[in-house]
Design a protein around this ligand. Sequence first.
Ligand code: PBG
Length: 324
Amino acid sequence: MSKFPITRMRRLRSRAEMRNLFAETRIDQSRLILPLFVQDGIKSMLPIPSMPRQYRYAVRELPGLASEIEEAGIGAVMLFGIPSHKDRLGSGAYANDGIIQRAIGKIKDSSSLVVISDLCMCEYTDSGHCGIIRNGDVHNDLTLEAYRKIAVSQAEAGADMIAPSGMMDGQVAAIRDSLDKSGYANTPIMAYSAKMSSSFYGPFRLAADSTPRSGNRKSYQMDYANSNEAIREIAMDVEEGADVVMVKPALTNLDIISRARARFDLPLAAYNVSGEYSAINAAAERGWIDYQKAATEVLTSVFRAGADMVITYHALEFVKWRNE
Ligand code: PBG
């Protein structure tokens, strides 16, 4: 290793063109995945107060939106459905004419976007939990039976990829099995493998109306104190047949993204969650931070840590900034 004064690190930082030449990490919009909220029973989009410039869309607005996203060169969309009715069993999640099923169909009919559907029940259960409640807790194996049905209904609707986010044990194996038995052996699974129980989901839960009515999600989502356990969760999902694994939230788990990158050869996704998005927005609104620069720094750091793709609410605006 050469030392100062022979080596001067500042030589390669002298001007923008030089810095560009030596930047090790670049964001490619085809590696960004934009989450979309689609609500049943509305005629036009509603702003989401907890997430500036994000909306709940009506199904009929999706073709126009999809072409905008497609033209921007965004890699994929990740869909979340907001139903009109909730019940104990979350049955709206696997209804053939359910909100997410109709949304998938609409986007597939009108574009060639890659459509990833979030598979969870928290928007559909009256408890607001990610599965079926028995004796005061989410019952793992009963919930898996529901997840099997949801997976098949989403694949039938045309989803290109199924993304289970409920953190039930065995969910990837159950979904793989049900897809294979129903003629969807070629539909891949993007597993939310290491998903922490995080307060950074707060703005999303207001957006998707999925806050648990009582208790919290700590009996199924991970303790954010644990990184060895995160690696075990990912390894289990790989064994169960995941095609893509995910770490979530992104910014509070860069170390886990980095460990997972070193350990696994599968495509690795990271979810830059609602709280990360809204915190930057709130600080920028107060003039405390430069929004565009802060968002770009966050996204760059998540890719630098080793993510192959990032799910982010910044996706569309990022492309606009780049083209400005
Ligand atoms: C559903 C789900 C959540 C998110 C993605 N899928 C909420 C939760 O687990 O409470 C959060 C995404 C975000 O905050 O942007 N289980």
